[in-house]
Design a protein around this ligand. Structure first.
Ligand code: PRP
Ligand code: GUN
Length: 176
């Protein structure tokens, strides 16, 4: 068990399991985008570990960029997604692969969908390491999912609780 600020968390998904999931999802990404010179866009902050592992496994030509969006305060979504660092690259007519650590309510994804459509991409697909089907209320497709998880707050592997826990190499869930 670990403590971050005032909350306790227990081990939930091991590093080995995360690696297996990333291997599988990266195979799918290689298969579908290997010859398309995609632009990978990682959604900061949470996706930095996952994004680096996926792009390290990518075997074709690609470009890599990041945007930074934020909407969580403590363990809850505020419902308001702020763009903290926008796109700084021309994506017109490009194939884009969004790399997210988690899709939860979908608020962040809806914002990204608008940003990408406005930028004139040829196509874009969403890859997310974790997905909470019970929490997802939107219709933007999540095309590649590493793991479906219940509607519980998790930390580790890039995901934080009020800034702490991103460096943990396995995933923990909030202790009930
Ligand atoms: O589907 P949603 O309910 O929108 O949640 C998903 C988003 O929440 C987290 O980001 P957060 O807003 O916590 O910012 P961070 O990545 O900087 O921690 C995560 O990295 C996703 O981008
Ligand atoms: N740390 C963390 N951030 C999130 N953002 C959306 N869902 C979650 C979650 O379960 N944990």
């Amino acid at each position: 068990m670990i403590k971050l600020h005032d909350l306790e968390f227990e081990p939930y998904i091991s590093e080995e399991e995360i690696t297996q999931v990333i291997d599988r999802i990266s195979d799918e990404v290689n298969r579908d985008f290997g010859d398309k010179t995609p632009v990978f866009i990682g959604v900061l902050n949470g996706s930095f570990m996952f994004a680096s592992e996926v792009v390290k496994r990518f075997q074709g030509d690609c470009e890599i960029s990041f945007v930074k969006l934020g909407s969580y305060k403590g363990t809850e979504s505020t419902g308001e997604v702020k763009t903290l660092l926008g796109l700084n690259q021309d994506l017109k007519d490009r194939t884009v692969v969004l790399l997210e650590d988690i899709v939860d309510t979908g608020n962040t994804l809806v914002e990204l969908d608008q940003i990408l459509k406005q930028s004139g991409v040829k196509e874009y697909k969403v890859v997310s390491l974790f997905f909470k089907p019970e929490a997802y209320k939107k219709s933007v497709p999540v095309d590649y999912i590493g793991m479906e998880i219940p509607n519980k707050f998790i930390v580790g592997y890039g995901l934080d609780y009020d800034g702490l826990g991103r460096n943990l190499t396995q995933v923990y869930k909030r202790k009930e």
